[in-house]
Design a protein around this ligand. Structure first.
Ligand code: GTP
Ligand code: MG
Length: 575
């Protein structure tokens, strides 16, 4: 049911109208005659260069946030004529970039060169004339294009080029990888197919920026920043959008007054910081739910260890998790980003192992006793720190390289580490991914999880101090275990699958050589065949890895892989 205008007046208290006023009337001069339109680019490599491969995490966030503030999200009729649409938009200002995508309808993201372009559009946009319903007159940068004059292209002659916002189905991926020439190429190819595109990243920042406009009704100096896989370099198309409502700007804005008199704000007191976070999220969540266009299915999960509100943003198709007071997670995202930027093999291995884990049911969308993507990523980083010579440095070393500006203490935890990527010396590890992939599986297939814990700060196993089956020390809150949720059964499945996969990836290399067609899944592709299929229709869990290996061995006999038998026997013996 649509909220009445009377309900909306409740919102007058916070700065809703002031905010709208600002959006409405800040428009400056009309756009110049020579408007420039830069066509949407899809090339991943070019985008990587565009964003400057070695940009620090915070420079990246700032640049992206600034781009998003100059952008609009516009729902378009499916028969929109792209050329006319651009011509129309260009009357408001120079356009830096635009693209179209589909999600419950057709949408365009338009980034102006200057904020004035956005103000100009908003100044001229009108409220819809509703005949049989009421609506909250909340104005935002999510708009609808009305095409009375523009929409003259019949559907059959659609001229819009849509950019894909979802990842390739795994079966198509398997086929694609099977055609690659080497395992190294397979890992890079998977990364390229699954990683977030330039446009998807822009859309993520734009959604944060749109939500910030809503939260700014209450906290004008707040910001909403993406964290997690949206920004850490390991995001897969379709991953959730983790957001952090940052109110730090508010406290930092207050200058210290050294005068006889000074004034301070009266604030409502709460018993704990957690209680304040809960009430902020509850109110912002309510506001997003009631007034945020396109935001549906609001769930308030305020009693979780890290309180959050969860909802879907329909125009982007993103599942959103909004948290507050979660600066450590922001630091973890920065750390993962840094590791991913140091060496291209890191991202390729993490993407591939994450994909393998998802296909084999080691990770899940449903919360539970599974390993999470975050846990898996930390495990890959640890493995790469343990190589000889190490591929990436330990966190303690990154801390030593930190400059004065990098100092960071959050809730008493030292979260300092270098942010300038150029200060981190390139390691001289030259191992191929073809070598590293089975080594990763070997490493964890034989890891003594009963006695040892994983610590990327030290890059060394340590003696376990708690009873959890899997102990991975939180790099910043060192007394915490990031994998405390994982139970013994799930850990055992992970270990068994590692053992099996170490063997399988090597044997499939043999299968590839014997397959002239390139259609047989081999190498990484073979690891992405879901277990149920690999066991010829038998239900998951009804076959032990040993019996599965036996079956696979028999199927491989026909592929004349006599030379490999010694390796297989050795692998079986280890188990
Ligand atoms: P996806 O599965 O693609 O969403 O990966 P993700 O890295 O975004 O993971 P998730 O959405 O579960 O969590 C978002 C971020 O929160 C992570 O990237 C971490 O920075 C942080 N995080 C998640 N789980 C933990 C945890 O158990 N401990 C700590 N310290 N941080 C966590
Ligand atoms: Mg996430």
């Amino acid at each position: 049911m649509a909220a009445s205008v009377q309900n909306f007046s409740v919102l007058r208290g916070p700065a809703v109208f002031k905010r709208l006023y600002r959006l409405h009337y800040c428009s400056s001069r009309r756009a110049s005659a020579k408007n420039v339109v830069v066509e949407a680019e899809t090339s991943v490599k070019k985008d990587h260069c565009e964003t400057g491969g070695k940009k620090s995490f915070y420079d990246l966030l700032e640049e992206r946030g600034e781009q998003a503030a100059r952008s609009l999200l516009i729902s378009c009729p499916s028969n929109t004529c792209e050329k006319k649409f651009l011509k129309h938009m260009s009357t408001h200002g120079d356009i830096n970039k635009y693209f179209f995508y589909e999600s419950f309808g057709t949408y365009a993201v338009v980034e102006f060169a200057k904020k004035e372009g956005v103000f100009s559009v908003l100044e001229r946009a009108s409220l819809p004339h509703l005949q049989h319903e009421a609506a909250v007159p909340f104005k935002s940068r999510l708009l609808s294009l009305k095409t009375d004059k523009l929409g003259d292209v019949p559907n059959s002659q659609k001229s819009i080029k849509f950019l894909n916002q979802t990842s390739m189905p795994v079966n198509d991926l398997i086929k694609k990888l099977s055609k690659e020439d080497s395992i190294d190429q397979q890992l890079y190819s998977l990364t390229e197919a699954y990683q977030l595109t330039e446009e998807n990243i822009r859309l993520r920042f734009l959604v944060c920026s749109l939500l910030k406009d809503i939260a700014a009704s209450y906290f004008p100096e707040c910001s909403i920043k993406p964290f997690g896989s949206s920004v850490n370099g390991f995001g897969k198309l379709g991953c959730d959008l983790d957001m952090f409502l940052d109110l730090d700007g508010i406290s930092e804005a207050a200058p210290k007054q050294v005068r006889a008199y000074s004034l301070e704000y009266q604030l409502k007191r709460t018993s704990t910081e957690r209680a304040a976070t809960q009430s902020i999220l509850s109110v912002i969540g309510e506001c997003v739910d009631q007034f945020g266009p396109g935001c549906v299915g609001m769930q308030k999960i305020l009693n979780a260890r890290c309180p959050l509100v969860r909802f879907s943003h329909q125009p982007s198709g993103f599942q959103c998790d909004l948290t507050a007071n979660n600066r450590v997670a922001m630091k973890s995202s920065e750390l993962l980003y840094l590791y991913g930027q140091l060496d291209e093999r890191v991202r390729a291995l993490v993407f591939s192992v994450r994909c393998w884990a998802r296909v084999q049911g080691i990770t899940s969308n449903i919360p539970g006793a599974w390993l999470t993507n975050f846990t898996i990523t930390v495990m890959v980083i640890f493995f790469l720190q343990k190589r000889s010579p190490p591929m990436i440095p330990i966190l303690d070393h990154l801390q030593k390289l930190a400059g004065p500006m990098d100092k960071s203490t959050i809730d008493g935890n030292d979260c300092t580490f270098v942010s300038d990527l150029t200060k981190v010396k390139v390691q001289n590890n030259t191992e191929t991914l073809e070598h590293l992939l089975p080594e990763f599986f070997e490493f964890y297939g034989n890891f003594d999880f009963n006695k040892l814990s994983i610590n990327i700060r030290k890059g060394k196993e340590q003696t376990k101090t708690e009873a959890s089956p899997l102990h991975i020390q939180n790099p910043f809150e060192q007394s915490l275990n990031v994998s405390r949720n994982v139970n013994a059964t799930q850990l055992q499945r992970f270990v068994l699958l590692c053992q099996e996969s170490a063997w399988l990836v090597q044997q499939n290399e043999v299968a590839r050589r014997s397959s002239a067609t390139g259609n047989t899944p081999w190498g990484l592709a073979a690891l992405l065949v879901p277990l149920a299929a690999a066991t010829k229709g038998k239900k998951r869990g009804t076959q032990t890895p040993a019996s599965r290996i036996k079956g696979l061995l028999e199927s491989l006999k026909s592929s004349k892989s006599q030379a490999s038998n010694n390796g297989i026997k050795a692998s079986l013996k280890r188990r």
